[in-house]
Design a protein around this ligand. Structure first.
Ligand SMILES: C[S@@+](CC[C@H](N)C(=O)[O-])C[C@H]1O[C@@H](n2cnc3c(N)ncnc32)[C@H](O)[C@@H]1O
Length: 401
C-alpha cells in the first residue's frame, strides 16, 4: 500500500469512474463543497498531536506528518488521522467534524446486509433483503486515515510506532473492530491489518490517503462486482452503492481494482498487493465471459477518454452521443453508473450545446434521482438543483420577454 504514485493510479474510490466528461478518468477528487472555514482548528483533538519529520523521496524539503485523534468523532466512533498539518486543518474544517448526528441509512426495510462466514474467504457480506439498483446501503466511517506520502516516506519503525499509537488512541469499540479484521502476511501487526483491509481515497488538492473503513473491509472483491463505493470528503464517509438489484442471500462484492484494469494485471495486482488469488465468478467462470467483459471494458475506457476530448474541444453533440454509448456498454458489462450522475452529465452537455429543453429535462431527472437515492452527501443534489433553477430562470425570462 505504500507507493504514492502507484496509489494515485490505483485509488479505486470510484471504480466505475465518473461520467462527468471534464473530470480526469481516474480517481477524481471527490466532492468538495466550496469553502473551508477560516477557523481551521475549530475542533480540539483528544490527544496532543504527535509529529514526525519525513525526508520525502519525491518532493523537495522535509515534510512533517502528525497523528491527530478525535475520540468524539461521529458520536464516539472516533478516528485517527496521520497526515500533514495542512491536510488535518482542512479535514478538521469539514462538516464531518461538526457535532452532527452520525450519518445513518434511513432504512424502513430493515438491515440490508449481514456479515457471514464464507468458504475460502473467512467472511463475506450478503444481502438480507432485496437491495435496489443505485441504492446506498452502507455508510462507513474511517477508523484510520493515513497519508500515503507518510506511508511511503516514514522510516519503517517510525511508521509502525505512529500507526500502533493511532489504533490504540481510538475508542474501545472501534479499536476492537480494527483488531478483529483479517490479517495479511506482513510481519508487523499494523502492516498486516492495513494490507488486506484499507482502501485509498483522495482529499484536499488530490492528496492520496489510505482509509481503514472497518465495515467496508468486510466486503470481498469481485472482478464483476455488484456494488461500488464512493467517498464523500465532506463527511469523511464511504457510501457503498448497488450497481444493480441485489437479491437476498447474494454475496455483496466490490472491485478492489479499477474496473478498466485488464484481467492479467488485475490478477497480478490482487496477488501482489492484497495477497490472494481471485476466486470471483468472473475469474473462475467460462473464458468467453471474461473475454467479452474485457472487450467492453476496453471500449468503455476509450469512450470515456474520447468524451473528455470532445467536450473540451466543444463537440458537445458528439459527447452526448458517446455518453449514451458509454451507458450502454457499462450496462452490458453490468456496471451501470448512478443514473443521477448520468443525467447530470447530459444536463451539462445539453446546456453547453445550447439545447435548453433537453438540458432542463435531464436536470430535472438528475434532481429526482438524487432525491430518490437519499445520498448522505448532498453536494451533487445541491449542484443539480442549482443548474435546474438556472435553466428554469432562463426559460422564465425567455417566455416573459
Ligand atoms: C478486505 S478483506 C474482505 C473480508 C474478508 N474476507 C474477511 O474475512 O473479513 C480482503 C481479504 O478477503 C479475501 N478475499 C476477498 N475477495 C476475494 C476473492 N475474490 N477471492 C479470494 N479471496 C478473497 C482475501 O483473503 C483478502 O485478503
Amino acid at each position: 500500500t505504500c507507493n504514492a504514485a502507484a496509489q494515485a493510479e490505483q485509488c479505486p474510490n470510484r471504480p466505475a469512474g465518473r461520467l462527468e466528461a471534464d473530470d480526469s478518468p481516474y480517481c477524481p477528487v471527490p466532492g468538495r463543497i466550496g469553502i473551508v472555514p477560516e477557523e481551521q482548528d475549530a475542533i480540539s483533538w483528544s490527544y496532543p498531536p504527535k509529529c514526525m519529520s519525513q525526508t520525502p523521496r519525491s518532493q523537495d524539503g522535509p515534510r512533517l506528518d502528525c497523528l491527530f485523534t478525535s475520540t468524539t468523532f461521529r458520536n464516539g466512533h472516533g478516528t485517527s488521522i496521520v497526515t500533514s498539518s495542512t491536510t488535518a486543518s482542512h479535514l478538521a474544517g469539514l462538516e464531518a467534524f461538526e457535532d452532527a448526528p452520525t450519518p445513518v441509512i434511513r432504512d424502513a426495510l430493515g438491515p440490508a446486509y449481514e456479515v457471514v462466514p464464507f468458504p475460502g474467504k473467512r467472511t463475506g457480506v450478503v444481502a438480507k433483503r432485496r437491495i435496489r439498483r443505485g441504492e446506498i446501503f452502507m455508510v462507513d466511517l474511517p477508523a484510520l486515515f493515513i497519508s500515503v506520502s507518510f506511508l511511503a516516506d516514514a522510516k519503517p519503525h517510525h511508521r509502525r510506532r505512529m500507526l500502533k499509537q493511532a489504533i490504540n488512541q481510538l475508542p474501545e469499540v472501534t479499536r476492537s473492530r480494527v483488531y478483529g479484521l483479517p490479517r495479511g502476511s506482513a510481519e508487523y501487526e499494523v502492516d498486516a491489518i492495513l494490507g488486506p483491509n484499507a482502501h485509498t481515497v483522495m482529499v484536499g488538492d488530490g492528496e492520496v490517503h489510505v482509509g481503514l473503513f472497518t465495515e467496508v473491509a468486510r466486503i470481498n472483491h469481485s472482478c464483476r462486482p455488484n456494488a461500488y463505493f464512493r467517498f464523500s470528503e465532506r463527511r469523511l464517509t464511504v457510501e457503498v452503492v448497488a450497481y444493480h438489484a441485489i437479491e437476498p442471500g447474494d454475496e455483496i462484492t466490490l472491485s478492489y481494482v479499477p474496473l478498466e484494469t485488464p484481467s492479467s494485471t488485475r490478477r497480478q495486482y490482487l496477488k501482489s498487493h492484497w495477497g490472494f488469488d481471485c476466486t470471483c465468478t468472473l475469474c473462475t467462470g467460462p473464458a468467453t465471459d471474461l473475454e467479452e467483459s474485457e472487450s467492453w471494458r476496453r471500449k468503455i475506457k476509450s469512450l470515456r477518454e474520447t468524451i473528455a476530448n470532445a467536450r473540451s474541444e466543444g463537440f458537445y453533440h458528439d459527447a452526448i452521443v458517446m455518453t449514451e454509448e458509454w451507458l450502454m456498454f457499462a450496462e452490458w458489462d453490468m456496471q451501470p453508473p448512478l443514473m443521477a450522475e448520468y443525467h447530470d452529465t447530459l444536463a451539462n452537455l445539453y446546456f453547453l450545446k445550447g439545447d435548453m429543453v433537453n438540458a432542463t429535462r435531464h436536470a430535472r431527472m438528475a434532481v429526482d434521482e438524487w432525491v430518490r437515492l437519499g445520498s448522505v452527501d448532498d453536494e451533487p443534489l445541491e449542484k443539480a438543483r442549482l443548474l435546474l433553477r438556472r435553466l428554469e430562470a432562463m426559460d422564465g425570462r425567455r417566455r416573459g420577454g
